[in-house]
Design a binder for this molecule. Structure first.
Ligand SMILES: [Zn+2]
Length: 233
């Protein structure tokens, strides 16, 4: 993953590099716009658990950055799309980014932009606002180690026509799943799982979404969604 990131940096054009710097500079002097943002910035809230307990909505990606500093990012899909207009073809980019802290949070975002880098940046920010909390466990009756290497019980997830079932597996089995599912499981540090899927494999992103949906059922809570719901209530 790290290698991939470096490669990306090498192939970045001068224009993209400048744009990236501009975005990073703007984010360095972050002025929080929400109450949760202010509390995180001034040190009143120091962990994601405190943020969830506060029942305040998570609406700023910077909050996720500060509370989950070990967050990893991966561009899982990147496409150039074209729209035919009277003036000719108009290109834009669509990026999808998966994020995870390797322990208990995972998220995915998709976004479009006329430029490459902003499309990825927007997708990353969306992912940071759609965190799902995952509970790991040792749910297989064949395993009694009690360590959080798998999931605590069987869960199902769906997205469009895709259906996924994740089952707890004993230690050493590994991730018995397709690559699209595997990368999500790896991003929360799950090591052993059996899976069953249905649906067209051409819809890669739907597999990722269905996996996240299934994992969200280990806690019955989509962390950030839950926080927004509570805030509205
Ligand atoms: Zn076990």
């Amino acid at each position: 993953m790290v290698r991939k990131k470096e490669k990306k940096r090498e192939t970045m054009t001068e224009k993209e590099r400048l744009m990236k710097e501009k975005i990073e500079r703007r984010e360095a002097d972050w002025i929080p716009k929400t109450e949760l943002g202010r509390k995180v910035r001034n040190g009143e809230i120091n962990s994601i658990q405190e943020a969830i307990d506060s029942k305040l909505p998570l609406l700023e990606p910077r909050i996720t950055d500060l509370l989950l500093p070990d967050l990893q990012e991966k561009v899982i899909e990147f496409k150039k799309t074209a729209k035919v207009r009277r003036a000719g073809r108009q290109f834009s980019f669509r990026g999808s980014v998966l994020i995870g802290d390797g322990k208990e949070f995972v998220g995915m975002g998709t976004a479009k932009d006329k430029e490459k880098w902003p499309a990825i940046k927007k997708a990353t920010n969306k992912a940071k606002l759609s965190l799902v909390r995952v509970r790991k466990g040792c749910g297989s009756w064949e395993c009694t180690c009690g360590m959080p290497h798998s999931i605590p019980f069987q869960v199902k997830g769906k997205c469009a026509s895709v259906r996924i079932t994740l089952k707890p597996a004993p230690k050493g089995v590994g991730l018995v799943a397709g690559d699209n599912i595997k990368q999500v499981l790896e991003f929360v540090g799950i090591k052993d799982v059996w899976s069953e899927t249905r649906g067209s494999t051409a819809t890669k992103l739907n597999f990722v979404r269905a996996t996240i949906d299934a994992l969200s059922k280990t806690t019955g809570m989509k962390a950030s969604e839950e926080m927004m719901k509570k805030a509205r209530a």
